[in-house]
Ligand binder design. Sequence first.
Ligand SMILES: NC(=O)c1ccc[n+]([C@@H]2O[C@H](COP(=O)([O-])OP(=O)(O)OC[C@H]3O[C@@H](n4cnc5c(N)ncnc54)[C@H](O)[C@@H]3O)[C@@H](O)[C@H]2O)c1
Length: 255
Amino acid sequence: MTGILEGRVAIVTGAGSGIGRAGAELMAREGAHVVVLDLSEERGAETAGLIVSAGGTAEHVAVDVTDDHALETAISGVASRHGRIDILHNHAGAQVAGDLESVEIAGFDKSWSLNVRSHFMAARLVAPVMKAQRKGVILNTSSSSGVLYDREMIAYTTTKHAVIAMTRQMAGDYARFGIRVNALCPGWVDTPFNEPFIAQMGGRAAIESYIAEKVPLGRWADVSEIAEPILFLVSDRSSYMTGQILVVDGGETVV
Ligand SMILES: NC(=O)c1ccc[n+]([C@@H]2O[C@H](COP(=O)([O-])OP(=O)(O)OC[C@H]3O[C@@H](n4cnc5c(N)ncnc54)[C@H](O)[C@@H]3O)[C@@H](O)[C@H]2O)c1
């Protein structure tokens, strides 16, 4: 049986761990050749290895996506090796704590550079390739914090709100070229990403009771529960959908 992404080339940033890895593995299972772009050589290699040992095809490039030159080299390398880029999942992001006065300026700037600017740059680099194909999909990871107020998280919420604005803008401008652009807003997903927040909350028990109270479904999402919506958004299953956000948060934003 052929997968729904057979013959497609997908780039996933931050695929060395957590949600990005789970999405990359599912895309590969559905037939895509996955290019893992991650800061960590070791984690990127591990994801590519997992995909290959499951029977898929993948490669990895260690790259800091906030480094324009490195990003450009990586993406142009994919275009020249494969002759096409069908999917870009801009997933790498960072959470920097603090309110207006306490957030470190360097952390605020890093948040904008990674959570927004690197998505913009990667999309800008794949756009000519997708335009030439008259088809392509860009998925930008935002967060439930992109649609919510998040206490003392000014860098995170403003950047994740900006990802949604940027997604809508790109979608409007590029629909005529056959390029769809959507945003994904996960809620609480059990990955290493939350470790600093768990430490700040005072440990695992504190976060578990916080989630039980705040999230109507009463629990974390498993990465597999985010990978399925990723597959939906990067495949033709969502072929008439662009400029939208998909919130996958156990009901957190309905209350
Ligand atoms: N886990 C959650 O609860 C949650 C909820 C909402 C949104 N998100 C979003 O998901 C993303 C994080 O995913 P995760 O939870 O799987 O985290 P994770 O920590 O498991 O994985 C993040 C990966 O991104 C890579 N990375 C970090 N900075 C990078 C850079 N500059 N260049 C290239 N790669 C880089 C890391 O090496 C790591 O492998 C962020 O965009 C975050 O805002 C996560």
